[in-house]
Design a protein around this ligand. Structure first.
Ligand code: ARG
Length: 590
């Protein structure tokens, strides 16, 4: 189904042609003066030069050439040469009616679906998830859903940090605490136990402890290094331990991501790319890309057009060890082999931009990815506290994601208990659903690249540009529809007809519904969930205005009443689709 703007453009192209002007000037946009008109065409201004005429004369010609047309209520030429457009109510309601008949609201799947890998989450095994990982998970999940909905073949990969020094640190600390474990007995050659020698809470305590130790104790740090190398070379007992660390940690991560409504298609990690490294380095050598610099092996990636210095990408340290970049490159080798993607999108802190620039350039230079493959780094800003500094706990520590979530849920729970009389259990359940909307909408409504201030009070408010406000609107619509259905037991939405709008706010709501496809297309093209947030905020405002102006259930004309019901039903369906793309859902009541 065509976007409404396309339909107007087509009509205008016809009219420009008829009036003797090049149809390339028939560009239509949503009005930037909604107080004056709904859409506008500035083509007469642009055409003036070519035709050596005053813009207003051209605009007048166009308006005259339109004549009587069912599509418009009014088209006027205004000085110095704008064309203001208002659609006819009938045209708008027919369009919304057609949208409501289609499961996808007329949003066609893309003609050339792409295979897209999204690298997000990026949790580090054995380290607790903190708010830094929140943004990656929340934004990545939404982008994944948006691209899938557009019709692409999308693969979400959590890309765990499971291969670095933290593994050696944990192993070394464990050895000090429990030297009697078989993993530390060099002469042991039996089977290794199936049961992990630690729980998740022990593991979470071991890592920070080992990390702190390594900073003070050079010998400990050296041990950890050696353990990491041994592990990476495939030393069996450490491999067995590592498997335990991975399993225990991943089980916990799945639970945490699950609470966030975040799901990955792949649970790969840096370790999975490791086997691809030797061949890749060989390849770099053969292609003459490698050279030595201060003992390390590097690939030059600077380009003439660079405006700032892009240092060479280090792919191997002097001791032969791989680095972060090596691992990301080898992961691309693997992804190419497994999926041959058209696009790979990375979600990580924007401070990692240089790293990704280097990696992408090496990948292209070495032919790991061909030119057609888009490699995109979607760097996000920092989540700050009200003091403008990176978000911390009250006592200044790093905020754990779990605690953050429970703080939000408590805040919402208190609000629900304040003004409602639902059972505590129901309130708890609802608070979870609403809390997640507060958290995710609070994040996603900002352009990803920007820093934002995390303000629980504001995010959890039921009013203003917040997740709970959107949910509140959906719940309100559900309740009206339920009441209607109770009064009209055999009513069927399919049989109802959306009528020409009578009031201004009714038409305004319809117009908002009409732009759904336009918003979806832009959000997918620009990987921009915030565009969906802005859209549903507008739709919610338009609905609430309509609701305020209109007596829906006490309307006497049955056809009019069912038209209202069908209109608000499609409003609800669209809002629910949108929040699903953002990664949260609405309760039945709140
Ligand atoms: N594990 C990394 C971190 O915690 C993020 C990984 C981002 N993804 C990537 N392919 N490098 O900072």
């Amino acid at each position: 189904m065509k976007e409404i703007i396309e339909l107007i453009t087509e009509k205008f192209e016809e009219v420009f042609d008829k009036a003797g002007y090049d149809k390339k000037y028939a560009k239509i946009s949503v009005s930037n003066r909604p107080d004056l008109c709904e859409f506008q065409c500035n083509g007469a201004m642009a055409a003036a030069k070519q035709y050596k005429k005053a813009p207003i004369m051209i605009a007048n010609d166009i308006v005259a050439a339109i004549g009587e047309c069912e599509m418009f209520e009014e088209v006027t030429a205004v000085a110095p040469g704008f064309i203001n457009i208002n659609l006819s109510g009938r045209f708008v309601s027919d369009y919304v009616e057609k949208m409501s008949e289609d499961e996808r609201f007329g949003y066609d799947k893309c003609e050339n679906p792409e295979t897209i890998v999204i690298d997000y989450g990026g949790a580090n095994v054995a380290k607790p998830l903190h708010v830094g990982h929140l943004r990656s998970a929340v934004i990545g999940e939404s982008i994944k859903r948006i691209l899938k909905y557009a019709g692409n073949n999308v693969i979400g990969d959590v890309h765990l940090g499971d291969w670095g020094l933290q593994m050696g640190l944990i192993i070394t600390e464990l050895k000090e605490r429990k030297p009697e474990l078989v993993y530390f007995d060099e002469n042991y050659d039996g089977e290794y136990p199936k049961e992990a020698p630690f729980t998740i809470s022990e593991l979470e305590e071991i890592y920070p402890c080992a990390n702190a130790k390594s900073k003070e104790n050079a010998e400990f740090k050296e041990q950890a290094h050696l353990a990491t190398l041994k592990l990476q070379k495939g030393y069996k007992p450490y491999r067995a331990l590592w498997n335990h660390i991975l399993n225990v940690s991943v089980t916990d991560l799945k639970k945490n991501y699950g609470n966030l409504n975040v799901e990955f298609d792949l649970w790969k990690g840096e370790s999975d790319a490791d086997p691809y490294i030797p061949q890749m380095i060989e390849d770099f050598k053969e292609k003459g890309l490698l050279h030595e610099s201060q003992g390390a092996m590097v690939v030059d990636v600077a380009e003439e057009t660079d405006t700032k210095e892009i240092p060479p990408c280090i792919v191997q340290k002097s001791d032969g060890a791989a680095l972060y970049a090596t691992s990301d490159l080898a992961t691309l080798v693997q992804r190419k082999q497994d999926f041959n993607p058209d696009m790979v999108v990375y979600l990580a802190d924007k401070r990692q931009e240089m790293h990704f620039t280097q990696v992408f350039r090496v990948a292209k230079k070495a032919g790991i990815m061909d030119e057609r493959t888009k490699l995109i780094f979607n760097g996000f800003g920092t989540m700050n506290g009200k003091d403008g500094k990176p978000f911390k706990t009250r006592d200044g520590g790093v905020m754990r994601l779990e605690n953050l979530i429970s703080e939000i849920n408590d805040s919402v729970y208190n609000k629900i208990m304040e003004n409602r009389s639902v059972s505590e259990e129901e309130a708890r359940q609802t608070a979870k659903t609403v809390g997640l909307s507060a958290l995710k909408y609070g994040d996603l409504s900002n352009q990803a690249g920007k820093d934002y201030v995390f303000d629980i009070e504001r995010f959890a408010s039921f009013e203003g540009n917040t997740g709970p406000y959107i949910l509140y609107t959906i719940v309100r619509i559900k309740s009206i529809i339920n009441k209607y259905m109770e009064m009209n037991k055999d009513a069927e939405l399919d049989k109802m007809q959306i009528l020409e709008p009578l009031g201004a706010s009714e038409k305004e709501l319809m117009l908002k519904i009409c732009s759904f496809k336009d918003v979806m297309r832009v959000a997918a093209q620009e990987l921009a969930p915030h565009k969906i947030c802005a859209y549903i905020y507008e739709v919610s405002n338009a609905f609430n205005k309509f609701y305020h102006d209109t007596k829906i259930l006490s309307e006497e004309d049955e056809n009019r009443k069912s038209s209202y019901i069908k209109l608000i039903n499609v409003t609800k369906d669209i809002l629910e689709k949108c929040i699903d793309l953002l990664g949260f859902e609405a309760p039945d009541r709140m």
